[in-house]
Design a binder for this molecule. Structure first.
Ligand code: SAM
Length: 304
């Protein structure tokens, strides 16, 4: 286990008294995740979400109907199509190229080609590479105009990059996995290790993407609070550190809703967690962290 008291201090923490560092900054303590995201409570490293995207107005099933193969739902951590579309339309123009280094079932790639962008994806698991390729072909059959390319690679080691992709990417939209390195059976790691691995591996991935990205390109990272081993783990902490380590400039934080915005006068059914009596409120949003590649030629962090 790593020593978080020394290795994982937030910027400026060296000036604070030692006792304030006892709880690692990735342990999320507020009880109302969306309200806290909007207020930035306990999240000094990233600040409050300045924008809310209403990406949960339709169920995920309705968002995917007629556009995706049914067995897409077999993928355990899918990104919401509405979130992917909103990010793509906000941060790119038709004809530009969108990249997802953790393509999974291909949601980002499919939404990109439906919006007339070109799409490039990388995925480690051959099962999901096949599914993403199927979803791309399905979308193209139903009229998606963009072209897409998916390949099996470990996103931490993207070098050597095919020459035709050099500086060819205008936008990355991706939801990184909680764990990028293979799971060793029977060896369940502690949350502190998980956070450290994610920071290191995501920084490796973003740095190895640097040869792909145009100066001024946008990088959109989607993360969700993780409830694990009795703790709520705030993955914006390692994701933000990885992005900063890779030399990206922070632009904004967005809260993308997973549930519909409703008329406040309608009575609400208690969430399943509350009905079960766990007392923990549901996480009803994804955190979307937006970064930009600095206008000067992007370079890998170890060359800085
Ligand atoms: C959160 S999911 C992405 C979901 C995807 N956006 C979708 O809608 O299906 C993360 C994906 O990253 C893949 N992955 C894990 N480690 C990886 C690595 N080192 N390189 C590339 N892909 C990896 C996992 O197999 C998983 O499919």
């Amino acid at each position: 286990m790593s020593d978080f008291s020394s290795a994982h201090r937030s910027p400026g923490s060296e000036n604070r008294p030692a006792h304030t560092n006892r709880v690692p900054d990735w342990v999320y303590t507020p009880t109302t995740p969306l309200a806290s995201a909007l207020a930035g409570t306990g999240q000094d490293h990233i600040g409050p979400a300045t924008t809310v995207w209403p990406t949960g107005q339709e169920s995920e099933w309705a968002q995917r109907q007629d556009h995706y193969r049914d067995y897409t739902l077999a993928h355990p951590r899918r990104t919401r199509p509405a979130l992917a579309t909103t990010a793509i339309k906000h941060f790119s123009q038709p004809g530009q190229t969108v990249f997802d280094p953790f393509a999974g079932s291909g949601t980002v790639l499919v939404e990109a080609i439906k919006a007339g962008r070109r799409a490039v994806g990388v995925e480690l698991d051959p099962l999901w590479v096949g599914l993403a390729a199927d979803n791309i072909a399905f979308a193209q059959y139903w009229g998606a105009t963009g072209k897409a390319w998916i390949t099996r690679r470990d996103a931490r080691y993207l070098d050597p990059i095919p020459w035709r992709l050099h500086r060819g990417i205008d936008l990355i939209v991706t939801e990184p996995p909680v764990r990028l390195r293979p799971v060793i059976p029977g060896n369940r790691c502690a949350n502190a290790d998980l956070v450290e691995y994610l920071e290191t591996d995501l920084a490796m991935c973003l740095s190895s993407c640097s040869g792909l990205l145009n100066a001024g390109a946008t990088v959109v990272l989607v993360v969700r609070l993780l409830r694990r081993s009795g703790q709520t783990v705030d993955l914006t902490v390692p994701a933000n550190r990885a992005a900063r380590l890779s030399g990206l400039d922070f632009v904004e934080r967005v809260a993308a809703l997973r549930t519909p915005l409703r008329d406040a006068s309608r009575s609400r059914r208690p969430s399943r967690m509350k009905r079960r009596g766990s007392g923990l409120p549901r996480v009803v949003h994804d955190d979307v962290l937006v970064y930009r590649v600095p206008a000067d030629t992007p370079r890998r962090w170890w060359q800085r």
